[in-house]
Design a protein around this ligand. Structure first.
Ligand code: SF4
Length: 668
């Protein structure tokens, strides 16, 4: 039986609160005014957590709330609308955390007739939540505890039927590794900031969603027409897809590196790259052009990880193992793929194609050109439910500690560690996922590891505010530096940067935002003092995308995603671009306020490791001589947001104008 459309206007106005202490579930209604202010997804979650998480709550204790929220566009017929947002207080920073992932979990959860589910308390024993449109119940998960993410998902689907979608933790979450995330769809992770550890601390092994109630929308015909037209626009320009390959992408990287100007990025190129190879397409280009961090952030791509090395783990080599392409729910781009990798004559590893972040974190960052080991590490981490970015960065940290005698082969079980040594990398990753030996000390990331090891190891612990940075160098695109520092969830690479703003071309849709220049001189690129409003607009837009539950890649591949039009057709509202951007702004203020209430002021408290800002500057490569000024980055963004640079406190009038009276009262 096919799910049928029911009531609602893009949302069900209903959320579930699960108390894991008592096992009680409470359904609550939210009114339309709530959704007009915050929409769904990230916005809904931000408001609930702001209202209900007690200040000073232990992130791994009973008072933290862990939420799974679907977007306002999830399952409405809009495209790219398959992401769910995971939210809670971070055990890494002690402040705000959110992460999101695609796949098929979001529509399955929304079809239960709810917009989100929130967990409070700690269960006395391992449990999982089963929910559909008729029932919601906590069930014993003792037999699942200790199983990896893929085994868990297979068992739960056998138990609850094919339409069940599963979000679960693996051993990393159970063992409360601060690098743990939550897995869906056979190893797709909502990682970052340790929310998998929060789930493990609650003894919540999984959420199984098997709903079949489709949300109603105000104007289904309009949504269909908008989606059809957008899909058509994305089909244009297929010729680029035919000619693209690692050699061409290497040339693009080379041009980027050598050009005295920063050039606006054509979205058609990105679209072709994503369609053909997914994010693995960025591996060679980013290493050559200067976007990829190399050798724990103190190397230079074209010198230390040249084409001969990056090509060995590049998109074409990875693509040789591709078994089939796939897309997330309602996605026409289909950037995902399953690869099959023979281990020996009998055994084949089947997994999601490694993403650029993984290929770089276990490639250029470690000077590793062994693709076989990257596949094995990818599988190991997806099964354990551990963030590949943080784990790769932690291995890089350990290699430098080994070079300086802070870690020895006695710690690593007799296997030495060195740059590019694939056996040592695989061995250490195994120890980290199992929390065995030195792996136990490293399993909470570089900041905690350096605090425990001491002896000068903090010099090699590259992090921003406690989290290992993504694989995009702020010295290449200083907008990333601004986001790594000022974002309430630090070290975020998908919120705003010069490159992202270029590709998104927000000015076309939102005339109040500035048009990025076609060419920018190096000097102009590194001058961030006049770019605060530019980045803030990008940030509001990204918040809006996450409230809608959409994939950000949909906004970056050209064709101008009709986000506002979809939202109006779905809800029946007639809000303008400006009003939607203000929802994004409201959500950013809430996330920042959540941190402030915990005593965290990003610009003051989220330190960036000196290697991220070029202190000391590199002596060659595209970022040679570049040192970013942390103070001016923070000032520019804070000024645009109306946040006091010393205290972080937002401007009262602005909060009141946004309808955030309770936030204003909390600080003034
Ligand atoms: S672009 Fe890729 S990640 Fe985004 S929704 Fe489509 S398949 Fe998923």
């Amino acid at each position: 039986m096919k799910p049928t459309r029911s009531e609602g206007k893009g949302f069900f106005s209903k959320v579930v609160f699960v108390n894991l202490d008592s096992g009680k579930l409470v359904f609550e209604e939210l009114d339309e005014a709530f959704y007009r202010s915050y929409l769904g997804g990230l916005g809904l979650g931000a408001k609930i957590l702001w209202d209900r998480v007690t200040t000073g709550a232990d992130a791994l204790g009973p008072d933290n709330i862990l939420g799974f929220a679907t977007g306002t566009l999830t399952d409405t017929g809009a495209l790219f609308a398959g992401r769910y947002t995971l939210l809670g207080k971070s055990p890494v920073t002690g402040g705000w955390a959110d992460a999101n992932s695609g796949g098929y979990f979001a529509p399955a959860l929304k079809r239960c007739g709810i917009d989100a589910v929130f967990f409070r308390g700690i269960s006395p024993g391992p449990v999982y939540l089963y929910i559909d449109e008729k029932e919601a119940t906590l069930l014993d998960a003792s037999d699942l505890w200790g199983k990896d993410t893929i085994e868990t998902e297979v068992l739960l689907k056998e138990r609850h039927g094919k339409r069940a979608e599963v979000a679960c933790i693996g051993q990393a979450g159970e063992k409360r590794s601060l690098m743990a995330g939550v897995s869906t769809d056979g190893g797709r992770l909502a990682a970052r900031l340790g929310l998998g550890a929060v789930m493990g601390a609650k003894r919540l092994k999984a959420v199984v969603a098997a709903g079949r109630k489709k949300v109603g929308v105000a104007d289904p015909e309009r949504i269909k027409a908008l989606s059809g037209a957008f899909r058509k626009r994305l089909e244009k320009g297929g010729y680029l897809e035919k000619i693209i390959g690692d050699r061409l992408l290497h040339k693009v990287g080379q041009m980027t590196r050598k050009s005295p100007f920063y050039m606006r990025q054509p979205p058609q190129l990105f679209r072709a790259m994503m369609k053909k190879y997914g994010t693995s397409s960025m591996t060679v280009m980013s290493a050559e052009g200067g976007d990829s961090p190399v050798k724990n952030w103190h190397g230079v791509g074209y010198r230390d990880f040249p084409f001969s090395m990056s090509e060995a783990i590049g998109a074409e080599r990875v693509g040789a193992f591709e078994d089939k392409k796939y897309g997330c729910f309602s996605c026409p781009l289909r950037c995902g793929a399953i690869v099959k990798v023979p281990l020996d004559e009998k055994n084949i590893l089947e997994m999601h194609r490694p993403e650029y972040e993984t290929l770089c974190a276990f490639g250029a960052l470690l000077l590793n050109r062994d693709l076989g080991v990257i596949f094995r590490v990818n599988d190991l981490l997806n099964r354990a439910g551990m963030d590949t970015i943080s784990c790769g960065a932690t291995v890089a940290f350990a290699i430098e500690c080994f070079e300086h005698g802070i870690i020895t082969d006695k710690d690593t079980g007799g296997v030495p560690l060195s740059w590019g040594d694939s056996e040592g990398i695989l061995n250490l990753t195994r120890l980290i996922t199992a929390r065995e030996g030195i792996g136990d000390l490293l399993a909470d990331g570089v900041k905690k590891a350096a605090e425990r090891l001491g002896r000068g190891s903090e010099a090699f612990a590259v992090h921003c505010g406690g989290i290992e940075p993504p694989m995009h160098d702020p010295k290449f695109d200083p907008g990333f530096g601004m986001a790594y520092l000022c974002e309430p969830a630090p070290g975020r690479h998908m919120v705003y940067s010069i490159m992202l703003m270029d590709i998104e071309r927000l000015d076309r849709k939102f005339p109040q935002t500035r048009k990025p220049p076609i060419l920018m001189s190096g000097r102009e690129k590194y001058n961030l003092t006049d770019k605060g409003d530019f980045m803030a607009a990008g940030c509001f837009f990204r918040m809006l995308v996450d409230c809608a539950g959409c994939c950000v890649f949909g906004t970056q591949v050209g064709g101008e995603m009709p986000l506002v039009e979809w939202l109006n057709a779905s809800t029946g509202w007639d809000l303008g671009n400006e009003e939607y951007l203000r929802i994004g702004e409201r959500v950013e203020h809430l996330r920042h306020a959540f941190n402030l209430r915990e005593g965290i002021n990003s610009a003051r408290d989220f330190a960036l490791h000196p290697r991220l800002t070029g202190h000391p500057p590199l002596d060659c490569g595209p970022a040679a001589g570049v040192s970013l000024d942390r103070g001016s980055m923070a000032e520019a963004f804070y000024r645009a947001m109306g946040w006091d640079i010393e205290t972080g406190v937002p401007d009262k009038e602005r909060l009141l104008a946004l309808g955030l009276k309770d936030v204003a009262e909390a600080f003034l």
